[in-house]
Design a protein around this ligand. Structure first.
Ligand SMILES: *[C@@H]1O[C@H](CO)[C@@H](O)[C@H](O)[C@H]1NC(C)=O
Ligand SMILES: *[C@@H]1O[C@H](CO)[C@@H](O)[C@H](O)[C@H]1NC(C)=O
Ligand SMILES: *[C@@H]1O[C@H](CO)[C@@H](O)[C@H](O)[C@H]1NC(C)=O
Ligand SMILES: *[C@@H]1O[C@H](CO)[C@@H](O)[C@H](O)[C@H]1NC(C)=O
Ligand SMILES: *[C@@H]1O[C@H](CO)[C@@H](O)[C@H](O)[C@H]1NC(C)=O
Length: 910
């Protein structure tokens, strides 16, 4: 044990680091974008922050963001005054010297540090001359892990001040098809929910988060310093074939295996619960609560055992018994009476658990041993290596051991190694009010074994990641990547062999070999392979020693360098402008504090104070793929882990967990109906040619296009669509309380879309948007803008980006996309943040329609507000998205879709 003084000194030092917030008068983050692209569960996220030094002297500007621990940073660059400074990934030893030098000069070398359950902090800074700007761009990559039947992409947004041009764009592309998608997390609650828009097509989904500057200050987890919280995108993919998803490209493959149509197999589970003195108080109470819940979830054909231990063992029953009602009641009584006392004899307790399972062999069942402890072994056998050897000998590879380390007094590396040696994983349970939910959440991940002894076989495959798995659980997924020998797809044959109860199952599918990747780039699958391989080599490094350890480490390092991953073996060296220090970015290794990395003369193993009082200092954290704790509600759980310098979060945390999240707003998008269109009331399919319409005014023949609008529903059902003819002038949006109105003119000669959109604000501000530029009239003055700028007019902010114009006013954010079809540009407005005021009207403010499908012999009708409406199945290009995907929709008349006359939505003057 190191001295308390050492610990307090470290704690103080780190606390000082994390509480240093930028002086917001000195610099201005004028743009903050997060762009996440997920292809085949592999997420690549780019965070771009643009900052201006407002002072007339040079200033040190900081870039500080939080990224998921599972991710590897793969790129970082800074742009200052036209000059680019790229981060270079180097072996850690090489970077160490630069790091040490920086530290010895007393400079805060950049680091990546753990900040809670799931996030790491990336931090660097650079000096920027007076009135100059800097752009920071960070890229990180991660393979999303399926848990509880879903994937979660966690995006943490904490720009440190409200930002005018803030946005999050998420694009998901899954060849297997997206089954459902939801948006959760602290940032999806309350007023900020209005800033989320979500579109779900068959294989693609888009989530946008565009809060206005005002909104960034007024939400739950927001303050004067802007937002601080998570957006968690939750989704799952369709699973049609039992062999799962195999993607191949340029000599590499990735296989996602997660059959769900299998029966559960009965399990034998033994819980080994630490009741040593240190478990006292809340920890033991939460453990009891979790155990009682878990016992209630056991199925009647499960067998179970329960041991509590300190320096002695306490059996509920000496042998496994069936989970009958009476037995469960008796076990719950035992659980309720578990009291903290004594020392920690891990060795004897785990061996006894193993003995009980071994003494109860049962055909066609799956055995699981679960250890929960909060400390190091202190009595009986205390030599860690000896315990590991004993446990391995006791289990003999027959069943997995899962170790749950409660709090920060455990030697997590010891538990992790012991789990990995026995086909299991270790998980940290964070001391917090939801610890019982963490325990229960973990149990649920392994509660339903579907297969045992899973062997993944790839004929014609080489350099495979892990292929043998002792058990496969419902809601999880097995992922294997590898290379295809000689890139010969013909001879590449995947197969899975596994045991389900008493049956030996062989999963094979001749069809999958035909599936080639249309959308995935070569590059991409190879990176998934590299990511998985490096993760697994880093685990393996723990288990082996001697020359084997050396070769494993070397291979992991070689791949990290080749693929530019910042892993515990590499560092990123960020060279800065002349005269400034170089930053060295380290990723903390599992079981390591950030300070372990430094040359600081600190004890090597830190016992951090409890989470609650130690923002950013949590000592030994996870960074391996499967170690992330997981809970029922991702948003709540994730949020609860963060310790914001801005203030306590306890309250909002529990609220956000229970709140039902509204994920979809009324949204009307526009469709370029360039094929066909005549009368509004005649739903028809597509016809190949534009209709020639004789207009009465000029008696001439003109090509008259109509425009197709989409109304997206709240839930998973199909959007509605309807057509509006020709050159109609539409009332797009009217927000009476703010005196904000937006009108647009459709153009029949364009391939859909608007020719002109005009925004009126009560403060006598008129903004005319055309494809050629923007004109702003403010009182008597009129200005034109064609370049990419940020324009402020009254309370309206206009941000012109490439191919889009972003307009924010109060609690409303309107995006106007510039599409180019048929060599002509047209405009497409979309509300990215709906005002919270329900009195807003106009075609963009329509509420999502709730409908019911009514099948009839010859046709389908939709029932809306108790009215049956004729519809036909059609498609519409969704112009609210840059790539204009084609969505299926129910085509109906404008009157039916609008539940009123189109006249209510038209205007005579723009
Ligand atoms: C996001 O990143 C993807 C992939 O790099 C890119 O194609 C896309 O244009 C980016 N989106 C935005 C809004 O920057
Ligand atoms: C900028 O510099 C001038 C003189 O160099 C000084 O008078 C002024 O106060 C400075 N402005 C700010 C905002 O620091
Ligand atoms: C597996 O989970 C799915 C939902 O994720 C559920 O529908 C199915 O019934 C589960 N299978 C078993 C055997 O419990
Ligand atoms: C995987 O399992 C198979 C069959 O059980 C066995 O032959 C093979 O050696 C195992 N491979 C590894 C790497 O453990
Ligand atoms: C393989 O493809 C054929 C035709 O494309 C289909 O009928 C069959 O169901 C597929 N088999 C599997 C296992 O998906």
């Amino acid at each position: 044990m190191e001295t308390a003084v050492g610990r307090i000194a470290l704690f103080g030092l780190l606390l000082a680091l994390v509480t240093t917030l930028p002086n917001k008068d000195d610099w201005d983050i004028y743009s903050f974008h997060i762009n996440s692209t997920v292809t085949g569960r592999y997420a690549t996220t780019v965070i771009t922050s643009r900052v201006a030094n407002r002072m007339n002297e040079s200033k040190e500007i900081e870039f500080q963001v939080r990224i998921p621990k599972n991710a590897f940073i793969s790129k970082f660059k800074m742009l200052i005054d036209g000059q680019e400074y790229d981060g270079v990934v180097k072996p850690k030893e090489q970077a160490q010297q630069q790091y040490t030098e920086a530290v010895s000069r007393g400079q805060s070398a950049g680091i990546v540090s753990s900040v809670g359950r799931t996030l790491e902090e990336f931090k660097t800074s650079v000096t920027v001359a007076a009135h100059k700007k800097v752009t920071f761009e960070l890229t990180y990559e991660e393979l999303l892990k399926r848990r509880h039947g879903k994937y979660e992409l966690q995006i943490h947004a904490r720009p440190m001040q409200p930002v005018k041009d803030f946005k999050v764009d998420v694009y998901i592309n899954e060849e297997a098809g997206i089954n459902f998608i939801e948006v959760k997390g602290g940032l999806s609650t309350k007023a900020l929910a209005n800033a989320i828009t979500k579109t779900h097509a068959k294989k693609e989904a888009w989530v946008y988060f565009y809060p206005t500057e005002d909104q960034q200050k007024t939400c739950d987890s927001c303050s004067d310093q802007g937002m601080n919280g998570d957006l968690v995108i939750v989704y799952d993919v369709n699973r049609d074939t039992s062999l799962g998803d195999i993607k191949k490209s340029a000599g590499y493959f990735v296989h996602h295996f997660a059959p769900s149509n299998l029966p559960r197999i009965p399990k034998n589970v033994v819980f080994v619960i630490d009741q040593s003195g240190s478990m006292g108080g809340r920890k033991i109470a939460q453990t009891r609560m979790a155990l009682i819940h878990i016992l209630s979830d056991l199925a009647e054909d499960d067998f179970f055992g329960l041991i509590s231990f300190d320096s002695q063992l306490f059996h509920w029953k000496r042998e496994l018994v069936q989970a009958t009602g009476a037995n469960l009641e008796s076990a719950k009584t035992f659980a309720r009476n578990i009291r903290d006392r004594g020392a920690t004899n891990i060795n004897e307790a785990v061996l006894e658990g193993a003995r009980m399972l071994n003494a109860h062999p049962r055909e066609g069942s799956a055995s699981i041993l679960i250890l929960l402890t909060d400390g190091d072994p202190t009595t009986g056998v205390t030599n860690l290596g000896q315990i590991q050897a004993n446990v391995k000998g006791g289990i003999k590879g027959k069943f997995p051991l899962y170790c749950l380390g409660f709090g920060f007094d455990v030697n997590f590396e010891f538990l992790e190694k012991m789990s990995l040696q026995n086909d299991g994983v270790a998980r940290r349970i964070y001391e917090d009010s939801d610890a019982n939910l963490q325990l229960k959440g973990f149990y649920e991940e392994v509660a339903t074994p579907l297969l045992t002894d899973v062997t993944m076989i790839y004929l014609g495959g080489t350099n495979l990641t892990q292929t043998n798995f002792s058990q496969y659980y419902n809601g999880s997924e097995i992922v294997v990547a590898g290379q295809i020998t000689d890139n010969n797809i013909e001879t590449f044959i995947p197969q899975v062999v596994a045991i389900s109860s008493n049956r030996r199952l062989v999963f094979s599918d001749t069809n999958t070999t035909a599936v080639s990747t249309g959308t995935m780039t070569d590059h991409h699958i190879q990176r998934v392979w590299a990511y998985l391989t490096v993760k697994q080599l880093l685990e393996k490094e723990l288990l082996v020693s001697g020359p084997e350890k050396k070769s494993v480490t070397e291979e992991a390092l070689r791949l990290s360098l080749k693929y530019n991953f910042v892993t515990p073996l590499t560092s990123m060296v960020v060279t800065k402008p002349l005269g400034e220090t170089t930053d060295v970015l380290h990723k903390p290794k599992e079981g390591e504090t950030t300070s372990d990395l430094s040359a600081l003369d600190l004890p090597t193993r830190q016992h951090s104070p409890p989470m609650r009082s130690s923002p950013g200092t949590s000592g030994r954290m996870f960074s391996m793929a499967y170690l992330r704790p997981d809970f029922g509600s991702a948003g709540g759980a994730v949020k609860g882990t963060l310790h914001h310098p801005q203030g306590p979060t306890g309250n909002s945390r529990s609220r956000s967990r229970s709140r039902k999240v509204k994920v979809q707003q009324a949204q009307v998008d526009f469709f370029d109906y360039d094929d066909y269109g005549t009368a509004l009331n005649l739903p028809r399919g597509r016809s190949p040619l534009p209709t020639i319409v004789t207009t009465q005014k000029n008696q001439g023949r003109v090509y008259q296009r109509s425009h197709r609008f989409l109304i997206k529903p709240d839930n998973q059902s199909l959007p509605l669509c309807f057509d509006v003819a020709g050159n109609t002038q539409l009332k797009l949006f009217h927000h009476p309380n703010r005196g904000l109105s937006v009108n647009g003119r459709l153009d029949a000669t364009l391939h859909g879309g608007f020719k002109k959109i005009v925004i009126h604000s009560s403060t006598d501000v008129h903004i005319e948007v055309e494809t050629t530029g923007i004109t702003v009239r403010e009182g008597q003055t009129q200005t034109s803008h064609t370049g990419q700028d940020l324009i402020t007019a009254g309370s309206v902010t206009v941000i012109k980006r490439d191919k889009e114009i972003d307009i924010a006013a109060g609690d409303t954010r309107l995006l106007i996309l510039i599409h180019n079809r048929g060599h002509k540009e047209s405009l497409w407005p979309v509300l990215r943040q709906l005002p919270s005021d329900p009195s807003a009207t106009g075609i963009l403010a329509l509420k999502p329609t709730v409908y019911e499908e009514v099948q009839q012999t010859s046709s389908t009708k939709l029932k809306i507000n108790n009215q049956e409406i004729d519809v036909s199945r059609s498609t519409a290009d969704d112009f609210s998205i840059v790539s204009t995907p084609t969505l299926d929709c129910w085509l109906m008349s404008a009157e039916s879709a609008l539940q009123g006359s189109l006249d209510d939505f038209t205007i005579t003057n723009l």
